[in-house]
Design a protein around this ligand. Sequence first.
Ligand code: GDP
Length: 304
Amino acid sequence: DKFKKGLAKTRNSFSSRINELVARYRTVDEDFFEELEEVLISADVGVNTVMEMIDELQMEVKRRNIKDTKKVREVISEKLVEIYYGDDDSSEIEGLTENTDGLTIYLFVGVNGVGKTTTIGKLAHQLKAEGKNVTLAAGDTFRAGAIDQLEEWGKRVGVNTIKHSEGADPAAVIYDGIQSAKSRNADVLICDTAGRLQNKVNLMNELSKVKRVIEREVPGAPHEVLLVLDATTGQNAMSQAKTFSEATDVSGIVLTKLDGTAKGGIVLAIRKELDIPVKYVGLGEKVTDLEQFDAHAFVYGLFA
Ligand code: GDP
């Protein structure tokens, strides 16, 4: 139901256009598929993904000898879920990896303004509600205000934030975060970082230095490198995902502001074209507006 609410904008545009198509055509033909292709592309599903989807849809329609466009509509939702999971038939929700043997560390990356700080706050809140002891490390020492903003979230959700001053070495902040988390017997340390895309070499160097410190202090960590992307930025989000995954090993994506776009199809494009799972989606500004991504619930939210 949260998906249903959060996806209202996408649903209103996507589903109503598909319903309109279904009503107008009644029986399937080439033109129907062509128009369907346009609807999917305009929802940011991604051109390659749409092509593949239309091909598969046409084959399925032929195989099952479907004539009625209403029936095609059902197949569309099945195919959307299939497209998301690809060859991997486990359609389980992909949760976050945990360290069963000590401190779990999550590293957040992403450019400014995508909702990185907000997401860290929301996740800290969820983990705390599960009974975990959480610490934050303010590793974005570059953007003015980032440290205060993270600390503000820490206070709001009742977790400790480790910080240095603006301009400090992010790796040093995160090192301190790890020591503090260990000494407090914390379960999870969530690390913020600065996302300067302008200079890819700097970004890479900074992230690998941070990762080196984490790996040295806690073998097997970071347990997740989560890239935060803003769904409202469409193809920009795709290109950020490409750049970051070249700079570091991204294990999962958090797609924020899905509530603020009619182009929620970007979720499918990311999974399909980059092969990185979307682990969480942001469906609003409130602390509780972060959901584990579930393709079934997502597609249901699109059509419900
Ligand atoms: P950062 O610069 O990446 O740390 O971004 P912030 O966390 O400061 O977020 C930027 C803006 O996006 C803030 O106004 C947030 O309230 C807003 N925001 C973050 N996530 C979501 C979301 O899922 N939905 C909506 N509607 N707004 C969000």
